[in-house]
Design a protein around this ligand. Structure first.
Ligand SMILES: Nc1nc2c(c(=O)[nH]1)N[C@H]1C(S)=C(S)[C@@H](COP(=O)(O)O)O[C@H]1N2
Ligand SMILES: [Mo]
Length: 248
């Protein structure tokens, strides 16, 4: 339950939005984004509210045909071993890359009953999903690729996500971090991708495993995953300069 005090503040600020906040979708108890109240992040509020209240629950992003697969530029960090922001991680990633990610482990921790570390082969043994989707970068380009991976929901359930959990935070080998809410985390197209266009995920595109969040803008699809932390409270990654919620 929300604190009544918070509702009063919201009403005072935006009366129209407050009345809409009563309109909740099943399974969606958060019609305002967790960044709400931060003036610099006001952009999140409209997209989040409209997506969470007006769009049908868990509607799928458009999937394409293999004929539609396009060239796909690699952007941002293209190798954490030489461009990462955290020196120690740069070194670790370099070593992992040298042995073809044999020693890479994805740590799943936080509000889960069974925290653990998944090797690439562990993830590949879980039920897989393949999807051909369009990536939309905030810089204005789009590209279509086929992604293969395990639904994040499968991994979260395997780790025994606790009922109080509300956010999933991701930490990458180049120092990037970001989070999504459970609504996006359990979306059927939200996957931990280890394959791209039928081959293992190349280093420039986030090897060995990247997130694909098809319901949001491209920068939410974090590359070079290192750690997943499930939390009850919102942890603002805050330092990217980008909006936390950008639904498409
Ligand atoms: N760890 C990490 N993830 C990241 C980025 C990055 O620099 N580091 N860039 C983001 C941006 S802005 C985009 S458009 C896509 C780019 O993915 P690509 O290199 O496969 O095209 O990854 C996103 N995920
Ligand atoms: Mo981007």
């Amino acid at each position: 339950m929300e604190k009544p005090q918070l509702i009063t503040r919201r009403r005072a600020l935006i009366t129209g939005l407050a009345s809409l906040s009563g309109l909740m979708l099943p399974g969606c108890s958060q019609p305002l984004p967790p960044t709400y109240g931060n003036l610099l992040r006001m952009g999140d509020a409209l997209t989040y509210l409209s997506h969470r209240t007006l769009l049908p629950g868990q509607s799928l992003a458009k999937e394409y045909d293999s004929r539609d697969i396009s060239s796909f530029p690699a952007t941002g960090t293209t190798n954490p071993a030489d461009r990462g922001f955290v020196p120690e991680l740069r070194e670790v990633y370099g070593r992992l890359q040298k042995d073809a990610f044999q020693d890479w482990r994805l740590s799943v921790e936080g509000r889960v009953a069974r925290p653990g570390r998944f090797a690439l082969a562990d993830l590949q043994r879980l039920p897989a999903r393949k999807q051909i989707t369009r990536h939309t970068c905030e810089e204005g380009w789009t590209a279509i690729a086929e992604w293969t991976g395990v639904p994040l929901s499968v991994v979260l359930q395997k780790a025994g996500i606790l009922p109080s959990a509300r956010f999933v935070n991701f930490y990458a080998y180049d120092g990037f971090s970001d989070s999504i809410d459970l609504y996006d985390a359990f979306h059927p197209q939200t996957i931990l991708a280890y394959g791209m266009n039928g081959r293992s995920l190349p280093v420039p595109h986030g090897a060995p495993v990247r997130l694909r969040v098809e319901t949001q803008i491209g920068y939410k699809s974090l590359k070079y995953l290192q750690r997943i932390v499930v939390t009850d409270e919102f942890v603002d990654p805050g330092d990217t300069g980008w909006a936390w919620y950008v639904g498409i």
